[in-house]
Design a protein around this ligand. Structure first.
Ligand code: GSH
Length: 273
């Protein structure tokens, strides 16, 4: 990985790297916050952003660095899709570049580059841990990235030691964003979408860790797109420990994310100790 930016921040370092991704077949950028005195004892929280984001939205808007420095937590914020001239795109903001949905696409024209599942779970962690960090990993994210965090953790239960989500798309097989993206990336048969649906995965087997979710009650996407009640029903079915915090008056923005970042960082730090 080639270091392209580094800024001292609360005694830690906010870095940005670029690297060639064999999995995605393009060059990627990734932002990494390193706490002071990081080393093999330092756990790593992966943060997955939502629709229209790059690796920089979280870094600039979530306000996570002060507490991450204090807690000794590294935070990795990847980009949300493959990038570059050769990568397929769509006019809509909810498909293509900036909207990779953290799945491995099987359908043309997406399948050749859109392998965000393998990128986040297989390709990125060894590159990150080679910076001198530990292999205790948590995962969190917002909206499409909240969905990504839940799904990737539920599909890789031993790989992640903690999971949380802000405003997650909780039941994509039953919402417009999910149907559009899964139809494009995974094909027309909804049966092929099920292994990437957080609610179906959570209903199927008890989660090995407690799951924390926060949603804003003034989130415009809450009812039609997020469907957190499906996640709660799924947790009840499998006996999983899920806490959904419904935050009165908050919307879908990073102002909401920033407001509850402290609770999520403390939640992850406690479990990754
Ligand atoms: N149509 C809206 C929807 C996209 C949206 O709300 N994106 C969220 C994630 S789903 C976000 O984090 N936007 C970037 C930001 O607020 O920095 C837009 O283009 O802003």
């Amino acid at each position: 990985m080639e270091l392209i930016e580094s800024h001292l921040c609360f005694g830690g370092e906010q870095r940005r790297y670029k690297h060639g991704s064999a999995v995605l077949g393009c060059e990627m950028t990734v932002s990494v916050f390193l706490p002071p005195d990081f080393g093999s004892h330092t756990p790593v929280l992966y943060w997955l952003s939502g629709l229209t984001c790059t690796d920089e939205n979280f870094v600039q808007k979530a306000g996570a660095q002060r507490l991450a420095a204090e807690l000794g937590l590294a935070i990795v914020a990847p980009d949300t899709s493959p990038r570059g001239e050769a990568v397929a795109d769509d006019e809509g903001y909810d498909l293509g570049k900036g909207a990779g949905f953290y799945v491995n696409a099987t359908q043309a024209p997406w399948a050749s580059h859109y392998r965000m599942d393998d990128y986040i779970v297989k390709e990125l962690p060894p590159l990150i841990e080679a910076l001198g960090l530990g292999s205790r990993r948590g995962i969190s994210g917002h909206s499409m990235g909240g969905h990504g965090a839940l799904v990737l953790a539920l599909r890789n239960r031993d790989f992640y030691g903690s999971v949380s989500a802000f405003s997650p798309i909780s039941n994509p097989v039953n919402c417009p964003w999910g149907k559009k993206a899964f139809g494009a990336y995974l094909g027309d048969n909804p049966a092929d979408w099920e292994s990437y649906d957080a609610s179906l995965l959570l209903a199927d087997a008890k989660a090995p860790w407690p799951v924390r979710v926060d949603v804003g009650l003034k989130d415009n996407f809450l009812e039609e797109q997020l469907r957190v009640e499906a996640l709660e029903a799924a947790a009840a079915q499998s006996g999983s420990e899920l806490t959904v915090h419904r935050q009165s008056g908050y919307d879908h923005s990073y102002f909401f994310v920033a407001s509850f970042m402290e609770a999520h960082l403390r939640f992850h730090a406690a479990q990754l100790k």
